[in-house]
Design a protein around this ligand. Structure first.
Ligand code: UDP
Length: 326
């Protein structure tokens, strides 16, 4: 299938492009390179620099590519994803994450692209009861990032009804790790996510890290999350795209492991390799105590299960950062 990957130079997007190309698909990447890297785009993918909020630019790229061969599906990865930043700057998040999706959908309608794969997030659930989320759990985000993703999910559903489109919305839990070739991984200035922060501290790239809150209502007092290897997430997109296009259906699917690990667990796993200089600090705004996915639906509908565990997630990110010195 011919696939348009918007945000394909970013972390999850670039890994998905690798999986798509490995599976024999034709890939066109559009990315504004705001956080993505040109070098992260697979050599066999076509690349265009363009912004998801720019209708004219997107329209031109898609028109040009569609004239050679029409697209079967478009994938969306071009989002702002940092919870604390969204709390400080909601306007940026609504503009990029909601207006961006609306623009993309308008272009899809214009060029008759019927299938969309959308990257959503566990943050749409907010403070989940018991901390374990099924796709039916109440959606009640507690930060602007989660709100913008939920708004986009709803918009996609309404577009799908109006224009006969299919969608696969994936709600990601905590994505980490690097590609097995160590060519791509999470490279960015000012990383904020726990896995890279802990590993950068272990490698001396950072002097010290802070655990945000040790007084949560969890077993060890630190927040619990569900960690998933980026290549497992990426492969789910190949399965999801085939499923909705062939069966002409729409789905909302969690991508997680059914298992939770605390911030303390992450530090202990990294400390199997190197010591981590850390201290305890105040809670971070917008952080729920516990978020774990039920991945039953992914298994039933797509036959998807994560293949890599926490040890492999940590080791791959560690090796990637040693190689790239970042
Ligand atoms: N966290 C932390 N110190 C850091 C970064 C993150 O204690 O330097 C905690 C954060 O408060 C949360 C968990 O690690 O409880 C996961 O945060 P992250 O930003 O990685 O992902 P999120 O769950 O917010 O998407």
């Amino acid at each position: 299938m011919k696939v348009c990957v918007i945000g394909g130079a970013g972390y999850i997007g670039s890994h998905t492009v690798y999986e798509l190309i490995d599976a024999g698909h034709e890939v066109v990447v559009v990315d504004n390179l705001s956080t993505g890297l040109r070098d992260a785009v697979h050599k066999k993918a076509a690349f265009y620099e363009g912004d998801i909020t720019d209708f004219r630019a997107l329209d031109e790229i898609i028109a040009h590519e569609s004239s050679k061969k029409p697209f079967g599906v478009a994938m969306h990865f071009a989002a702002k994803i940092v919870v604390p930043e969204s709390v400080k700057n909601p306007s940026l998040y609504y503009y990029n994450n909601v207006e961006g999706v609306r623009t993309m959908l308008d272009v899809m309608v214009k060029h008759n692209i019927k299938n969309i794969i959308f990257s959503s997030t566990a943050a749409v659930y907010g403070e989940a009861k018991e901390g374990v989320c099924t796709e039916e759990s109440e959606t009640k985000p507690i930060n602007p990032y989660g709100e913008t993703k939920l708004a986009s999910e709803k918009m996609i559903d309404w577009f799908a009804r109006a224009y006969g489109m299919n969608y696969c919305i994936f709600r990601y839990f905590n994505v980490a790790g690097a590609h097995k070739t160590l060519e791509i991984g999470l490279l960015r200035d000012h990383l904020t996510h726990i896995v890279p922060v802990t590993i950068q501290t272990a490698l001396g790239i950072r002097k010290k890290m802070t655990v945000f809150g040790g007084d949560y209502d969890t077993e060890d007092g630190t927040c619990v999350r569900d960690y998933i290897h980026v290549s497992d997430i990426a492969y789910a997109h190949v399965l999801g795209m085939k499923h909705i296009a062939e069966k002409n259906v729409s789905e909302v699917i969690n991508l997680g492991s059914n298992q939770g690990f605390s911030v303390k667990n992450i530090i202990s796993e990294v400390e199997k390799h190197y010591p981590v200089n850390h201290e305890y600090g105040a809670r971070r705004e917008g952080d729920p105590a516990k978020l774990i996915a039920s991945n039953k639906r992914a298994k039933e509908i797509l036959g998807w299960m994560p293949k890599r565990d926490l040890a492999e997630i940590i080791l791959s990110d560690l090796q990637f950062r040693i190689k790239h010195k970042k």
